[in-house]
Design a protein around this ligand. Structure first.
Ligand code: 5AD
Ligand code: SF4
Length: 442
């Protein structure tokens, strides 16, 4: 019997990676039994991202590169979905540029993908299905998980915040919480299956249940999920500073299995820029939140997202961001150059920061963040830390994984250690990575 194969190309964040696991689950149900290299696939799915221009350009380049293969393999289906496909008018542009695309699907109706593939098998024309709004949560799909020992679990979809630079609310729609009982049920099942780390996902986990559909607040949900049986780690992302609460810091401190890492994107250290970004907190509010978090979780670390070159940002305002990075003592941070997104408020603002100025600022910002990360790594040398083993690095011939604070650790080992909690003594730190000797395995 001929085995049908699939290939999924994912762009963007954890949210998209998990969505691709759900796409794989649906393709399996349709008889696409295994993943394969792109050349051998019977269906190729591009799960796109449009949060910054380079993510879009990347997807456009990769889709275009399939033209020749599609000519040789007429039966191969090409589907494009995700945030970019959901953008207003993008489906049309995609079809004009790449008439060989077979299916275009949006972000609001992932469950429909199965029907679209079946429909396309008998239809000549491209099948396009983009809905204006989400009508249901994506329950009922069994994902093909690819990140053992970690498992991603959605707790909410969409975002109501409308930060002026951000396209997410336009392409992911209004915030919609999943029922707590369903989330807890999924987590219990995953733990039974042997997953050792659960990451709860939402664009803004702190506003979970603001729509009343969850049944409990985020700190309550976290408490419930942390109380399941077994040895596992619990992480969550992303938190919006405007919805941070002391209750969350308290719940984090009460459960050893909740990793003491708070990913709290600040975006800018300047109050004027934060206002223009519609972030609804000040630098002072933000620092106060970190103080509260650390009061309850003294060994905790904070990580962040930062944008440079937002319209009208001055050198002094950029300096305020640099100062905040130090003052907030970030353990690491994702750094971005502002990218105008059509349809957002900021895209219409005057005062674009020249590209070379933004480039210079991001280089200085990255240098500062890296210096802090390296400095923190050095504190580990000579100490013990527990790594959850995630994989094997062929290059260094070492196992690797992260400690509960998110530090990458490498160590030598003989048996298959993936999914095990491995205590190491750190002998050396290099950049963000730790190297050590195994003390015990659990
Ligand atoms: N330009 C640059 N960075 C952006 N982000 C979101 N939108 C943009 C944009 N238009 C960044 C923010 C956010 C992270 C996921 O992506 O820092 O927290
Ligand atoms: Fe975008 Fe702001 Fe929503 Fe985050 S909180 S997804 S940055 S609009």
């Amino acid at each position: 019997m001929l085995i049908m194969k699939y290939h999924i190309v994912t762009y963007g964040c954890q949210m998209n990676l998990h969505e691709s696991e759900k796409i794989a689950g649906m393709l399996k149900d349709l008889g696409y039994a295994t993943e394969s290299p792109i050349e051998d696939a019977d269906i190729v799915v591009f799960n796109t991202c449009c949060i910054r221009e380079n993510a879009e350009n990347h997807a456009f380049g990769n889709i275009g590169a399939l033209k020749k293969l599609k000519r040789q393999k007429k039966g191969m289906l090409i589907a494009v979905g995700g945030c970019m496909a959901q953008e207003t008018g993008k489906a049309q542009i995609l079809l004009e540029k790449f008439p060989f695309i077979d299916i275009i699907f949006g972000t609001h109706n992932l469950n429909d993908l199965k029907d679209l593939v079946v429909q396309k098998r008998t239809e000549r024309k491209a099948v396009v299905n983009i809905k204006d709004a989400r009508t249901e949560v994506e329950d009922g799909i069994s994902p093909v998980r690819t990140s053992y020992p970690n498992a991603w679990v959605n707790i909410s979809y969409g975002c109501n915040n409308f930060c002026t630079y951000c396209i997410v609310p336009y392409v992911r729609g209004r915030e919609c919480s999943r029922a707590a009982a369903d989330i807890i049920g999924e987590v219990k099942q995953l733990l039974k299956e042997g997953y050792k780390e659960i990451t709860l996902l939402g664009q803004n986990v702190n506003s979970y249940n603001n729509d009343g559909k969850g049944g409990m607040s985020f700190p309550q949900l976290l408490e419930e999920v942390a109380s399941c049986e077994g040895k596992y780690r619990l992480r969550f992302m992303t938190s919006h500073p405007k919805d941070f609460s002391e209750e969350l810091a308290v719940v984090m401190s009460r459960h050893d299995n909740i990793c003491k890492t708070l990913h709290l994107p600040v975006q800018s250290g300047s109050n004027r820029i934060l206002k223009l970004m519609n972030r609804r907190y000040t630098r002072e509010d933000y620092l106060k939140e970190i103080e509260i978090f650390k009061r309850y979780n003294p060994n905790g670390v904070v990580t962040s997202d930062l944008i440079v070159g937002f319209p009208t940002e001055t050198e002094e305002e950029f300096q305020e961001t640099l100062d905040l990075v130090k003052e907030a003592d970030f353990a690491s941070a994702f750094t971005f150059v502002y990218s105008p997104r059509t349809g957002t408020v900021a895209a219409g603002m005057e005062g674009r920061v020249p590209e070379e100025v933004s480039k210079d600022r991001i280089m200085r910002l990255i240098a500062q963040v890296n210096a802090q990360t390296r400095e923190k790594s050095l504190h580990y040398v000579g100490k013990e830390t527990e790594i959850l083993c995630e994989g094997y690095d062929e290059k260094s011939k070492m196992y690797l994984g992260r400690d509960s604070l998110g530090r990458m650790g490498y160590f030598a080992g003989e048996s298959d250690l993936i999914g095990k909690f491995v205590k190491i003594r750190v002998t050396r730190a290099s950049g963000i990575s730790l190297y050590g000797d195994v003390l015990s395995i659990e």
